[in-house]
Design a binder for this molecule. Structure first.
Ligand code: ACM
Ligand code: ZN
Length: 583
């Protein structure tokens, strides 16, 4: 990885060493951090790389000897390694090892969930002594001017109900828990500054007031950096919109599992790390861009390579100021040429630049599937028999009629060489496919897909890509009327829904099906309540005695406000629905 950074002239490596789900650096004064904190329970249904599974647990860590070796190697390449020790949040693995540093009594597991744990460090003296011991060893290992102290996503729930924390707030004359976080960070900054080091923290260290010499690493957007620079602090630019390399760089259906969002090569290339809001003087505080490769969904190094290439080419130009978004096409040509080098070296990379994109459209009550590839030099070949397309497969020349349930597999080719991964698209042909559908109220941005017709295009939304074909409704219900065109015998309605409560997406409260002969008078035919919905899971199915009707009305009720006990409690819940099939 360091070799790649050096090759593309990236001179900093930010090493995220601790989190809720694991502690990955040996600390000799606190051996339980790795004995306990480096391993977590194996959760049924999750995928783990075998070489990191030990005694029925998943994990591992870097010894201090490992780290010295890495630091020495990086130095030879003129790369500074900036270590990150997370505080006060993302600390559950540390609390599993040393539960006395938490606000609440009891034991903690190294977290097996994705997301943000509410168990954070309690700002007691014992905690500061612990962190100072940890940071002493970190400074011994890493010569970097900067030590990253995390600071992101620290829920205040525990502090709010902790007597010690509340007394500390009073004693120090702090306004609230945000100022308590600021107190926490300032104390750590003072300690590190006294040893000649500087701190970096994520955006949230701005909450409650910025520590005097801190550098802000701006990830939620660019506001944090603008704020910091305007008050004379330095900032590093790594917004999710352009710089998150754990997001998909192409169609989620053709790439390995990634975080449910997209940052394509042209998006990376278009990034200007100097916010327009800053004067020339303020802009001096922008130290540069950074890209983040979070690895929750990355199993091995092959996949790491896939996530960074070719986006690393763009990051390099952005960082060195040689990028020009107006000349993206020129850059892309160079990038494609340079991929031949990766190919020759056996380095993995995303094939997104060559991907085939598919779109369905309805015409005269029939659905068609249109395939496209961006590069005019490439051809598309496809199969409908389940086999992978190769150089002898049917050459695509016109939209494919979807007149039955089928699976289309397509790929792009340069002569005999396959350039893209295979795009697999299943189509389900039902009585509603391609029919006229109207919605009482529209979906909520940005989850609009191709509007109402996405619900009857024969394509299912991808379970891990919210933007694939799903319609999202923020706090509102889905109320759809499908005009079947003629009277039909009907006995079943099905739909898929999503359940990602950590992303505020909840399954519906209820589903009701109505039918009508004239599109005016509707009669209720079938209903699912919350219990039945929870028992069914993702695919909701309503069966009823055969009826003749021309219009079907489907009401999918949003749970409304997110219930207590879930992330985002009290805010509007999201309802995600795709594909309404009528049989
Ligand atoms: C972050 O992605 N939580 C910094
Ligand atoms: Zn506390």
């Amino acid at each position: 990885y360091l070799d790649y950074l050096a090759a593309y002239k990236i001179n900093k490596f930010h090493w995220h060493l601790t989190d809720d789900q694991g502690w990955r650096i040996e600390i000799k004064s606190h051996p339980k951090l790795t004995e306990v904190g480096a391993y977590r329970a194996i959760k049924p249904g999750q995928v783990y790389s075998e070489d990191k599974t030990i005694n029925g647990q998943y994990g591992g860590y870097y010894t201090q000897e490992d780290i010295k070796e890495v630091v020495a190697y990086a130095q030879k390449l003129h790369i500074d390694i900036v270590p990150e020790i997370e505080m006060p949040g993302h600390a559950q693995a540390a609390l599993a090892a040393y539960p006395e540093l938490a606000c609440t009594a009891g034991s903690f597991d190294v977290w097996t969930e994705w997301g943000v744990s509410e168990n954070v460090y309690c700002p007691k003296e014992e905690t500061f002594h612990f962190l100072e011991d940890v940071l002493d060893e970190v400074m011994e290992l890493f010569p970097s001017q900067y030590i990253h102290i995390g600071g992101d996503e620290a829920p205040k729930t525990r502090w709010k109900s902790c007597d010690y924390c509340q007394e500390l707030i009073k004693r120090e004359g702090l306004k609230d828990e945000h100022e308590l976080q600021s107190y926490f960070i300032r104390r750590i900054e003072k300690y590190l500054n006294a040893k000649g080091r500087s701190i970096i923290g994520w955006d949230e260290i701005l909450e409650g007031g910025l520590a005097p010499n801190a550098t802000v690493m701006s990830w939620t957007g660019q506001e944090g950096a603008i704020h910091a620079a305007k008050q004379g602090n330095d900032a590093i630019m790594t917004p999710v919109s352009h710089m998150y390399f754990d997001y998909y760089q192409g169609n989620a259906q053709t790439e390995p599992l990634a975080f449910n969002a997209e940052v394509r090569l042209d998006k990376v290339y278009s990034f200007n790390p100097i916010p327009k809001e800053l004067s020339a003087e303020e802009a001096k505080h922008i130290l540069g861009p950074q890209a983040n490769v979070w690895t929750e969904r990355i199993q091995d190094f092959d996949h790491v390579e896939f996530m960074i290439f070719p986006r690393l080419f763009a990051l390099s130009e952005v960082g060195w100021g040689t990028s020009n978004p107006d000349k993206y096409n020129d850059f892309e040509k160079r990038a494609i040429h340079h991929l031949e080098y990766l190919e020759a070296e056996g380095i993995n990379y995303s094939k997104a630049l060559f991907e085939v994109t598919g779109k369905t459209y309805a015409d005269g009550g029939e659905n068609y599937y249109k395939l496209e590839v961006k590069n005019p030099k490439l051809t598309i070949r496809y199969t409908i028999d389940g086999s992978s397309p190769n150089v002898t497969s049917t050459l695509y020349s016109a939209p494919i009629l979807i007149d039955k349930t089928m699976e289309v597999k397509s790929a792009s080719f340069d002569g005999a060489q396959q350039k893209s991964t295979v795009l697999t698209q299943e189509f389900l042909k039902s009585k509603s496919t391609g029919k006229v559908i109207t919605l009482e109220n529209g979906p909520s941005a940005p989850y609009l897909a191709n509007g109402a017709s996405s619900l009857v295009d024969g394509i299912f939304g991808h379970p891990y890509s919210f933007k694939s074909d799903w319609l999202g409704f923020n706090g509102t219900d889905l109320v759809a009327i499908i005009d079947l065109g003629q009277h039909q015998n009907i006995s079943e309605v099905r739909m898929n829904t999503l359940d990602f409560t950590e992303s505020w997406i909840h399954r519906p409260q209820s589903v009701i099906i109505y039918m009508s002969q004239d599109g005016k008078q509707f009669k209720e035919i079938a209903k699912l309540n919350k219990e039945q919905i929870n028992a069914m899971g993702g695919t909701l199915q309503l069966n009823f005695p055969k009826q003749k009707a021309k219009f079907v009305k489907v009401v999918v009720e949003n749970v409304g406000k997110i219930p207590n006990g879930y992330p985002g409690a009290g805010y509007d819940a999201w309802l995600f629905v795709d594909e309404l099939t009528v049989q």
